[in-house]
Design a binder for this molecule. Structure first.
Ligand SMILES: [Zn+2]
Length: 76
């Protein structure tokens, strides 16, 4: 059974903890609401800030990696 989208599911979790109903952007790993349209940080300062946020997120959410919620690897 398909819902509103025929694309493969995004796989991210919403703030309620339920799986996202959005469809992936073709060629990307997430829907448009979960970074599928993002090209990532472009400046050096942006990349540093992004990395800081990642470290902060993993420190605050030690169980996130086990749920597969970690940001994508190899973005920069
Ligand atoms: Zn999504």
């Amino acid at each position: 059974m398909q819902r509103r989208s025929s694309r493969p599911p995004c796989g991210a979790h919403t703030r309620r903890g339920t799986p996202c109903q959005g469809g992936k952007i073709p060629g990307r790993k997430r829907c448009k609401w979960h970074g599928g349209l993002s090209t990532g940080p472009r400046t050096e300062a942006g990349k540093r800030k992004s990395l800081q946020n990642l470290v902060q997120f993993r420190t605050a959410n030690p169980g996130a990696a086990a749920r597969g919620d970690q940001p994508e690897e190899g973005c920069c």
